[in-house]
Design a binder for this molecule. Structure first.
Ligand code: ATP
Ligand code: MG
Ligand code: MG
Ligand code: MG
Length: 566
């Protein structure tokens, strides 16, 4: 590809709203262009990167025996009503009606659709196991889209679904996906960690997340350097010894249920199951919302959610909105059975940030003004409860102590069991002619998120440093004086033809720009290998090679350059 025939649109400065380096760089390099909140166009340069990721994901899925298909992005409500998720999925689901007033959603995930396919297509144990996957656009109406493609509303996911005759088969399908994911992230050149995730009612090792390690990651991970224990903090907390929880329950002494942990107390106050409360709190932590206080002296539309950075207040117009915000079923926040003066949902995992909050929050006009922290909830115990797992805690496997790091979730694998097959009647006939529900697994990769996460791990002050596996082009040729020097033009054209002929993805920067401009652009967009061809070195039969990753420069004999690059 020649730049004169391609489309580059680099920027000197990133728009203000971009917070993370990866987001800034993706905009500056012209990989993506924003259309609206959480909506991005993949420009030609960015699409090349996205396709690289997709290709590796496809190769590894195919190798693992999964079969590609493509399901509709728009899904009828009936299927979701059958599984029971239409009512409970919450505001992340974008719902719509067609001209006949029938309900649809833009699929946030595809368990229902694939289970519908399996229940009508798979009849016998002889057809099992099967694993179907797609690489497709999902829509989730995220409460706060941010970080560009890392938390978008429309994004590309690879989602796979396995069907097995029994639990052992499901475990094997899951193991294969674990292996495939490990391969994908290794090939992409990412530093990553697979961690145990909260697997809810299913328990055991039934769910793991794959995280790209990055300080800016939204998720906190606990791991033990002396063993292979690794879990996201929610899962680690669920396995933590009970001692800190007992201390925390003391902190809840003004709540009617002094012997319970915060979660249990809140669950009781809300009249919703504990599991759901834990999720609610996790959701708040996930969204970086730190404290919600519903107090009797506020009317409902004054319910406020404190956020550490700046203690922003969120105002809700109606009870409906609050319910939607917290993904709660009708009844939650209803007038009956809830003592609003006592509801406190606390979700934060950062001890330091928490104490800042306690100091800052009692300023006049902030929502916690008037709350007596010493009486209501002693600071130290509060901290103990919200973060049961801290660095230095014993690892649940007893083989060392825990460290905490941060990550960006790029993959999630899950043993579902018969949750969906039972709800949707997805059965097969076993060898004895018995009808049995299929054992399912589901496996997601955030294909578009990976691009942002990878950049978050690899950039410098000049721009992106793509691994060869993800780079939009492997090599760029920068001829200095392409339009003016016959010798430079001839050498550049010959090298370009040779590399292209060998299947190397090569970009020739044939713009009539100053060398500094061309170098800066090529560094910004992160091309791993650069060959500069100029009259001076050509006179000695040499060209200049620069490695974007290593930052090294060397002169290479013109005759050896192909061998050197390949
Ligand atoms: P998160 O915790 O980041 O909200 P999730 O747990 O809701 O993600 P899953 O339902 O597990 O996401 O979906 C599978 C994968 O899809 C995730 O591991 C992630 O890589 C990706 N993904 C989820 N939400 C988004 C989003 N809003 N933008 C980009 N990628 C996403
Ligand atoms: Mg999510
Ligand atoms: Mg998650
Ligand atoms: Mg997940």
């Amino acid at each position: 590809m020649r730049t004169s025939q391609f489309f580059l649109s680099t920027l000197k400065e990133a728009p203000n709203e971009a917070e993370l380096p990866s987001h800034k760089l993706m905009l500056r390099a012209g990989l993506i262009k924003k259309l609206g909140s959480g909506l991005y166009t993949w420009m030609p340069l960015g699409l090349r990167v996205l396709r690289k990721v997709e290709a590796i994901v496809r190769e590894e899925m195919n190798k693992a025996g999964a079969l590609e298909l493509t399901m509709p992005a728009i899904q009828p409500a009936e299927l979701w009503q059958e599984s029971g998720r239409w009512a409970v999925f919450g505001p992340q689901m974008l719902k719509m009606k067609d001209r006949h007033d029938r309900d649809f959603c833009f699929g946030p995930t595809h368990e229902e659709v694939i289970t519908d396919i399996a229940r009508t297509e798979i009849k016998s144990y002889k057809q099992l196991p099967l694993n179907f996957y797609q690489v497709q656009t999902k829509f989730r109406d995220e409460i706060r889209p941010r970080f560009g493609v890392i938390r978008a509303r429309e994004f590309v996911m690879k989602d796979a679904y396995s069907f097995d005759a029994d639990v052992a088969g499901m475990a094997e399908s899951y193991r294969k996906m674990h292996q495939a994911y490990t391969q994908v992230f290794t090939r992409l050149g990412l530093q990553f960690r697979a961690v145990k995730a909260d697997s809810g009612a299913i328990g055991g090792d039934a769910s793991q997340e794959f995280h790209v390690l990055a300080e800016s990651g939204e998720d906190a991970l606990a791991y033990c350097p002396d063993s292979d224990f690794a879990a996201n903090v929610e899962a680690a907390e669920a396995m933590a010894p009970a001692a800190p929880r007992a201390a925390a329950s003391e902190a809840m002494r003004d709540v009617d249920t002094p012997k319970q942990t915060t979660c249990e107390a809140v669950a009781e106050l809300l009249g919703i199951p504990l599991q759901r409360t834990v999720k609610l709190i996790a959701l708040m932590a996930n969204e970086h919302l730190h404290i919600l206080l519903l107090r009797g002296d506020h009317s409902l539309n004054e319910v406020k959610v404190g956020k550490l950075d700046g203690l922003a207040d969120f105002r809700f117009a109606s009870e409906e909105e609050i319910r939607a915000f917290f993904n709660c079923p009708p009844g939650f926040l209803g007038p009956v059975g809830i003592d609003r003066s006592k509801v406190r949902l606390i979700a934060d995992r950062t001890v330091a940030a928490m104490s800042d909050f306690v100091v800052g929050a009692n300023k006049p006009k902030f929502h916690t003004a008037g709350v007596n922290w010493g009486r209501d909830l002693p600071e130290a115990d509060l901290v103990a409860d919200i973060r049961n797992v801290v660095a230095g805690d014993p690892s649940p496997d007893g083989r060392g102590v825990l460290e905490i790091c941060r990550g960006i979730e790029v993959g999630h694998i899950f043993q579902l069991g018969t949750k969906y097959s039972t709800a949707l009647g997805c059965n097969y006939l076993d060898s004895e002619g018995q009808l049995k529900p299929m054992e399912m697994g589901c496996y997601g990769i955030g294909v578009s998120r990976i691009v942002g996460a990878a950049i978050e791990q690899s950039y410098d002050d000049k721009g992106i440093r793509f691994s060869t596996a993800m780079a939009p082009f492997a090599v760029v040729i920068v001829p200095v004086g392409y339009q003016r020097s016959e010798a430079v033009k001839a050498a550049a054209d010959a090298l370009y033809a040779e590399l292209a002929g060998r299947g190397v993805e090569v970009l020739m920067d044939d713009r009539n720009e100053r060398p500094g401009v061309m170098f800066a652009d090529m560094e910004l967009i992160g091309i791993p290998h650069r060959i500069t061809i100029g009259d001076k070195s050509l006179a000695d039969g040499k060209v200049e090679y620069v490695s974007r990753q290593a930052g090294t420069t060397e002169l290479v004999a013109q005759a050896d350059v192909i061998g050197f690059l390949l």
